[in-house]
Ligand binder design. Sequence first.
Ligand SMILES: NC(=O)c1ccc[n+]([C@@H]2O[C@H](COP(=O)([O-])OP(=O)(O)OC[C@H]3O[C@@H](n4cnc5c(N)ncnc54)[C@H](OP(=O)(O)O)[C@@H]3O)[C@@H](O)[C@H]2O)c1
Length: 358
Amino acid sequence: MGRKGTETFFQNMWTARRMSALLIYFVLCIFLCACHAKSGQTEGEGKGAGEGIQENNQGNSSQEESGGKQREPSGNGISEAPVFDLENGTVMLNSGYEMPILGIGTFRLSGSEAENSVYWALRDGYRLIDTARIYGNEADVGRGIQRAIDEGIVTREEVFVTTKMWTDDFDNGAEAIEASLKKLGLDYIDLMILHHSQPSNDVDAYHAMEQAVSEGKLRSIGLSNYYTSEDFDRLVNAASTVPALLQNETHPYHQSVEMKEHLQQYGTVMESWFPLGGRGNTQTLFNDETISGIAQAHGKTSAQVILRWHLQAGNIAIPGSSNEDHIQENFEIFDFELTDDEMQEMTALDRNERFADY
Ligand SMILES: NC(=O)c1ccc[n+]([C@@H]2O[C@H](COP(=O)([O-])OP(=O)(O)OC[C@H]3O[C@@H](n4cnc5c(N)ncnc54)[C@H](OP(=O)(O)O)[C@@H]3O)[C@@H](O)[C@H]2O)c1
């Protein structure tokens, strides 16, 4: 190789090295950019979640400041499990309304029995009343509420009234809502739920409830007796409003664990009917050795232990009673707490066994 050839060789080498260096530089740049973008994204996600929490806190604090009971509804697609406030005995629904977690049920109570039970309950501190069109006692329940209001025990705003739309009324939802309002003697209902799943027309009935929410006749809406996630999702997918609540048979022998897990993604809360097992079955639960043992340890009754378990397990409970003493007893569950071990013992009682056959 002559001198010129050597020079050309070295020039080519130099160019090749520069090219390689440039190539490595570019690869490095791309790599660094990619890393930065990824870390930025992670930061963004973290920040988003943090902001979400902040927004919620702000929502709560403004609610506290205003002394109101409402915050902005979360809307569809929310994914927070409702958190029970065991001090105040309330839960914030995904509709933005606060709901008491312990109430009185009125199934099989009619006439003065229903009126008195509701009145006694309000006098004892309850603020949640559960009725239904099919119980035939909405007017009696309304009278019990009015009596407590007239005596200055509560204001309308302090009482949370739930009623249910019966399956026969699903084709005429708007009329059914008007009828319940009239019988209860109220100008709005805090929560209306469809009494049973009925695939042929429950979506229409649900749409009627959504419409009534927009008209201020109902505040929150929900479902009852949907026992599979598929059935629940069938309704949810056809609706614009996520149900605030699902009321199903739930007690220590039927703890509704899978359904509650399914509800979490919607921020829908579980409410227990037959919280004590229902009429004719209560002794089975009251005499259960685990339950009566825990009751003895706390100086409480089995009924109180079961009800306290419901609240700590995240179930709203609405024990039914026409007995003045029982009504009072069932509300005295905010002065004790089940330990983690006791909660585990209660969890172990689940047999996935319902008492009712509907
Ligand atoms: N969505 C639905 O399909 C559906 C179905 C059923 C019920 N529900 C709702 O859920 C509510 C609760 O269910 P439920 O009333 O049928 O059954 P429950 O509350 O499980 O049990 C009611 C029975 O418990 C007794 N009881 C209550 N407190 C007691 C205590 N401290 N000591 C001893 N016994 C006590 C009552 O008798 P006393 O009257 O003597 O106290 C009554 O016999 C109903 O009232 C209704 O509002 C909804």
